[in-house]
Design a protein around this ligand. Structure first.
Ligand SMILES: [Zn+2]
Length: 434
């Protein structure tokens, strides 16, 4: 065994969101959890002990991000989706190089880890640069390289070439290679022809890969698809895309039939309440989706529209918006929100080896400060969970581990120098500015 971590509180994020007092977490040589339980029930061990003073919980899962857009953070911040894409984002992205993407993913990887997210599902381009950055900071990623056929994007190749690049990478290195899982990121039904969506779906299903796609985000984006097929989910289903592992980002504009279809096809949803609110796309029907049995995780979206990479903030916003839209003050409790940010997010991407402190899962862990005034009665389980989710969050994160390796120590990344990553991203941002 490599190490034993102890903490006054461990939140394993099991289905009942239990609160474990005087907890012990053993991490084995591979970086997986070998034991989790109370000190009294822990097996004898001669592994080095690290006594942590706070709360130990699983790393958060960000189920929808475009972290390499960090250099464009907040650009065009007052435009609706389609004008924002066509007038601001795509022209800036046309100037983006692999070096910019490497700098952005490095700084963004550090930002994600420091906010307690150990895994992010990324849809972006310049795959090699993204992978370089992820390996440099030590985070975990499900990378679904973007496939798009929209004005200007042909500079990166045709959709067939983008699809084949992913397939070749998976065929050469497997679906999961260390901390990296590869999947397919067809951008959306409004930026790809139907034959492309069907073909990418076939490539993904042949390899058991995750297909990660924007679905029914803003009302105006998919008018043509709705006119021809009724809805984007119906279109994707007719093309066979929903037969595989599918993660639908946003899924805001859904009818009752769409909700039932996503449930029937076991399509997961990456709920991005902050981005949806900022672009005025609407509020996704999270309560209805969960009630129908749809797996729902939380996503920040890219920092160009979501602005930060803080999954805790998304959890809080998801809870607030669910309550406002349902009129139910118990819609999404603190426990449910914490599980959405961890266990449910991992389930949404089909990764049952992540998202919980459980024997056999990877020791992707977060240590948050307990010595903080947000905790008014840390001895009370319900109060502790409530304070953590509604008042605490990313600002409390002190230490982070991925596969048992400490990648953030006392708020600072261990593998890279944070100041250098900030300098690099500012240089990229200055060059991209119109
Ligand atoms: Zn997105």
């Amino acid at each position: 065994m490599r190490t034993r971590l102890t903490a006054p509180v461990v939140l394993p994020c099991d289905p009942s969101c239990s609160v474990l007092r005087d907890g012990v977490v053993d991490v084995d040589d591979e970086g997986r959890v070998a034991f989790v339980g109370s000190r009294g029930s822990a097996p004898a061990s001669d592994a080095p002990v690290r006594a942590l003073p706070g709360v130990l919980l699983p790393g958060l899962v960000n189920t929808h991000a475009h972290t390499p857009m960090l250099a464009m953070r907040g650009a065009g911040g007052d435009l609706p989706l389609l004008r924002w894409l066509h007038e601001v984002m795509w022209p800036m992205e046309a100037r983006l190089t692999g070096d910019d993407v490497r700098a952005a993913m490095t700084a963004g990887g550090v930002e994600l880890l420091r906010a307690g997210a150990t895994t992010s599902v990324e849809m972006y381009f310049h795959t090699a640069a993204v992978l370089d950055a992820v390996r440099a900071v030590g985070s975990r990623v499900v990378l679904t390289p973007g496939v798009i056929a929209a004005p200007g994007w042909d500079r990166l190749g045709t959709w067939e070439q983008m699809r084949d690049d992913v397939s070749a990478r998976i065929d050469a290195h497997g679906l999961v290679d260390g901390r990296v899982e590869l999947g397919y990121g067809p951008h959306s039904a409004y930026t790809l022809p139907p034959e492309a969506l069907a073909s990418i779906g076939e490539h993904a299903q042949a390899r058991g890969a995750l297909l990660h796609i924007h679905v029914a985000e803003a009302a105006e984006e998919d008018a043509a698809q709705r006119a021809s097929h009724g809805s984007v989910p119906a279109l994707l289903d007719a093309l066979g895309v929903l037969d595989g592992r599918v993660l639908a980002a946003h899924a805001v504009q859904l009818s009752d039939d769409d909700v039932a279809l996503l449930a029937a096809r076991d399509v997961a949803v990456a709920h991005c309440p902050g981005s949806n609110a900022k672009l005025a796309a609407g509020v996704a029907r999270v309560t209805a989706l969960r009630r129908a049995g749809v797996r729902v995780g939380l996503g920040t979206d890219g920092p160009a529209s979501g602005d930060d990479l803080d999954v805790w903030a998304q959890a809080r916003l998801a809870g607030l918006l669910a309550r406002v839209s349902s009129g139910d003050a118990a819609a999404l409790t603190a426990s449910e929100l914490l599980l959405m940010a961890t266990r449910d997010g991992a389930a949404a991407i089909g990764r049952h080896d992540l998202g919980a402190v459980e024997v056999g899962r990877w020791a992707d862990l977060v240590h948050v400060d307990l010595d903080d005034p947000v905790f008014t009665d840390p001895a009370d389980d319900a109060q502790l969970l409530s304070n953590l989710v509604w008042a605490g969050g990313s600002g409390l994160v002190r230490d982070v581990w991925v596969e048992g390796e400490q990648v953030v120590a006392d708020c600072e990344p261990t593998r890279v120098v944070r100041g250098e990553t900030t300098t690099a991203i500012r240089a990229a941002a200055a060059r991209l500015r119109p």
